[in-house]
Design a protein around this ligand. Sequence first.
Ligand code: PAF
Length: 284
Amino acid sequence: MRLVHGVKEMQTISRGLREGGRKVGFVPTMGYLHDGHLSLIRLARGMCDTLVVSVFVNPTQFGPSEDFARYPRDLERDKRLCESEGTDILFAPETSDMYPEDFSTYVVEEKLSLPLCGRSRPTHFRGVTTVVAKLFNIVQPTFAVFGQKDAQQAFVIKRMVRDLNFDVEIIVAPIVREKDGLAMSSRNRYLSPKERKEATAIFRALSRVRQMVQEGERRALPLIKVIRDEIVRTETGQLDYAEIVDTKTLSPVEVIDDDVLVAVAAWFGDARLIDNIIIRKDEL
Ligand code: PAF
């Protein structure tokens, strides 16, 4: 495995790969890899000639009072994990190389990034679309793999790719969960033992929603109430939002009669956790 830090060096390698007709798979990450990331890496590994993984804690997607400074970082560990999963190139750029001092160009998606997490994190998706656009320009991948846990991020990136004609296929891989259902996330390490235990309320609530829909409930309000109640019942959890939205527009629905995303964000202590399920029309 080759470790590349320089943006220019990575771009030169990418040009060579494209000219050589290689199918380049790309998994962008912020590092501190867990089994969720490894599942994306494995999926990509099986589909490409050359596998590039990036590790970059992107400052522009964190708000001023968010956890950028304390976001977990361990490049040595990430290196070992990437190598053991058959990564060809680990791209770990420096912040100063990605964002020179007078950096002033951003990519903004103006619809799908507004609701849900966009409401509580107003500059987050601007940072995500900007860094992903930059990474696509640097790595020039044939396809890129993102996780379903960040469902809104995946929708926003797909929209950006379509609207700006990036020549990259976007693949979305299923959520990987701990044994008790908690979605894997680098932020889970912020949880105290009590918060960690109580955070399972999120997936319990989502599972209950799916079950109620299977039993015939179609109205969004009682389903959202189930999520609220489940989180309120904990001592350490605080709901940020629970919404049922159309998967094409991310607008709230009153009655489920098509594919919907059931999305939750909740604080447990200092950790803001997100999770979701998709309910398909053919399950109704
Ligand atoms: O999902 C993430 O880890 C990040 O948002 C991404 C896509 C790597 C951009 O920084």
